[in-house]
Design a protein around this ligand. Structure first.
Ligand code: FE
Length: 220
């Protein structure tokens, strides 16, 4: 325990913060962009504004800043590893992430998911703050719509039930430290952080999130 003397930095303390899981999407010309974030939140009501922190190297961040607009979508608990793998661990320049899913476009022709989605908010960029690894984007909401009444995906649910990982590019990345001590042997995907429980890891195992093979896994 720290009694006010000295310095305390327990990264486990950051697990006490709660988050949801969201897709932020954008359009630049004909190209559609989207990625998964856990950092979308409402910051003011009058006018309604959201903030989102996006990795500065992401092509979605560049498209948001270039176009001045984005759409935030709240994922539901029904979102599976295929969806999260597509939006969280692939590059929007290389693939059309929206192609395999039901989508619509908002007033700015920005695509958003209409399945595994609880609500969407279309925004115009009202300000940005450079945070080093990430850029904090403030968006003024121009359209908001409920898409379903399914329970929303929390970050906790994603880790506990979906057994998803956190990529090193996420603001909340903590080296994929387990929330609880492991009961079984675990293998971790070095690319996306997905945890396989059991031993041995089958030689033909394919990561359900990022699609990498068993050679990209390390024993935890
Ligand atoms: Fe993986």
């Amino acid at each position: 325990p720290n009694h006010g003397r000295g310095f305390c930095m327990d990264i486990q303390a950051f697990f006490k913060l709660s988050y949801g899981l969201y897709v932020v999407s954008a359009r630049s010309g004909e190209k559609k962009y989207g990625c998964i974030v856990n950092t979308l939140q409402q910051v003011t009501a009058e006018p309604p504004m959201l903030s989102v922190a996006v990795n500065k190297n992401s092509v979605t961040a560049k498209a948001i800043l270039d176009s001045g607009r984005f759409c935030g979508t709240v994922l539901t608990e029904t979102a599976d590893l295929h969806l999260i793998g597509t939006f969280g661990f692939k590059n929007s320049e290389a693939v059309d992430k929206f192609a395999a899913f039901s989508t619509k476009e908002d007033e700015n022709n920005i695509p958003y998911l209409t399945e595994h989605a609880a609500a969407r908010y279309s925004c115009e960029v009202a300000g940005t703050l450079d945070l080093g690894t990430h850029i904090l984007i403030i968006g003024k909401v121009t359209e908001a719509e409920i898409l379903s009444d399914e329970p929303v995906m929390t970050y906790d649910y994603y880790h506990r039930v979906v057994k998803g990982g956190t990529p090193p590019t996420a603001p909340s990345y903590k080296g994929n430290i387990s929330h609880k001590p492991a009961q079984k042997a675990q293998w971790r995907c070095k690319i996306c952080g997905y945890i396989y429980e059991g031993d041995p890891l089958p030689a033909d195992f394919v990561c359900p999130i990022c699609g990498q093979g068993a050679d990209k896994f390390e024993k935890v």
